[in-house]
Design a binder for this molecule. Structure first.
Ligand SMILES: [Zn+2]
Length: 363
């Protein structure tokens, strides 16, 4: 069990403090209440003609984009940015406060809110749909975190950010609405890729009308899904907060001042697809009892205990296809002792821990 000074646990209590500290509370009201009666906060900025709706943490354990939202809007307010006058912006920082409190993807009823767009069985989903119907945004931004298993293309490079212009039908057709989302993503992608060291991915566009992005696209509102990704030397996800911040700021500038949001798809379709073939660690040259050397893949799983996130290593038991490690560790540099790989994974892990300090890899 390992932890580190991280900000990935962003509870409703922490969000409250952040909003007050950043003077965003003046712009914030209560949109409604969650299953466990926690307030769902909504900030409203500006009264311009072009309207954008952004929401984050519909999955409670995905807080990176929430951090970017708070930083961005506190800066815009502080600078008295004209963007706030030229646009109408609605921001839900945390659609799932109960899940955020428990550091859980699901809401308090165990429902994945991003599969509830049609059923609307949960109070949180109802509130998002109601806001969408009343506010009538011209664009939606759906914000998430992406696990560290996703590469940008068929490579060993973890995506720092991934984008999706969601489908609105099974055949993944491209109409004008979806193409406008693709055009905006293409513009955002180009600005990120001016730094060639940052791998960017394109998320799977399989259609699921129960997902809010697909549903809102089907309602003729262009929607962009942004996934905050991973850097192997930044489990606290501070680097990606900065990238999401820039990305959202660029979006707002484009949306406010671009005269013609064209239905263009070429740049979007050139973004490398996400491949889910990465694992946090690849341990090579593991000396086995039979004298041969082998390799192991390890993935860290997060859990919350007393307001701290701990990362627990687990061995990948089945390796179905080609996998790559986000970090490669040479076992032979740590010890020349051998391990019986015929044991169960738990025992192998206990043995590994005698030689390897996993906290070293959670910088
Ligand atoms: Zn998510």
């Amino acid at each position: 069990m390992y932890t580190f000074e991280n900000k990935r646990y962003l509870s409703p209590a922490v969000l409250d403090q952040l909003l007050i500290h950043n003077k965003l509370d003046n712009y914030t009201s209560i949109l409604g209440y969650s299953v466990e009666n926690r307030p769902i906060l909504l900030s409203s900025f500006g009264s311009g003609k072009r309207k954008v709706l952004l929401w984050s943490q519909m999955h409670g354990n995905e807080s990176t984009t929430t951090r970017a939202l708070v930083q961005l809007f506190s800066d815009l307010v502080l600078k008295n940015s004209s963007l706030l006058d030229d646009l109408s912006i609605k921001v839900i920082y945390q659609l799932n406060p109960d899940g955020s409190d428990k550091y859980s993807r699901l809401n308090a009823n165990g429902v994945d809110l991003n599969r509830d767009a049609v059923k609307k069985s949960q109070p949180e989903s109802k509130l998002l749909i109601k806001l969408f119907n009343v506010f009538k945004p011209h664009f939606c931004i759906n914000l998430h975190d992406q696990r560290s298993i996703y590469a940008a293309g068929n490579t060993d490079l973890p995506a720092i950010i991934s984008f999706l212009a969601p489908s609105f039908d099974k055949s993944k057709s491209i109409n004008e609405v979806r193409a406008r989302a693709m055009y905006m993503i293409g513009k955002l992608y180009k600005t990120i890729k001016s730094d060639k060291t940052l791998p960017v991915g394109r998320y799977n566009d399989d259609f699921n009308i129960n997902c809010f992005g697909d549903f809102f696209t089907s309602q003729n509102t262009p929607t962009i899904l942004i996934e905050a990704g991973h850097n192997p030397k930044d489990f606290g996800r501070n680097l990606v907060v900065a990238e999401v911040y820039k990305c959202l700021l660029n979006f707002l500038k484009l949306f406010a001042y671009e005269n013609n949001i064209k239905p263009l798809t070429d740049v979007y379709l050139s973004i490398p697809k996400n491949y889910d073939h990465l694992r946090d660690l690849e341990i090579i040259n593991v000396k086995c009892s039979n004298g041969l050397s082998n390799r192991l893949f390890i993935q860290f799983y997060e859990y919350l205990k007393k307001d701290k996130i701990y990362f627990v290593p687990k061995i990948e038991s089945e390796i179905p296809k080609k996998l790559y490690g986000n970090r490669i560790i040479d076992y032979s540099k740590f010890t020349n002792k051998s391990i019986d790989l015929e044991q169960n994974n738990h025992k192998i892990l206990e043995k590994l821990k005698l030689f390897l300090d996993f906290s070293l890899f959670l910088e």
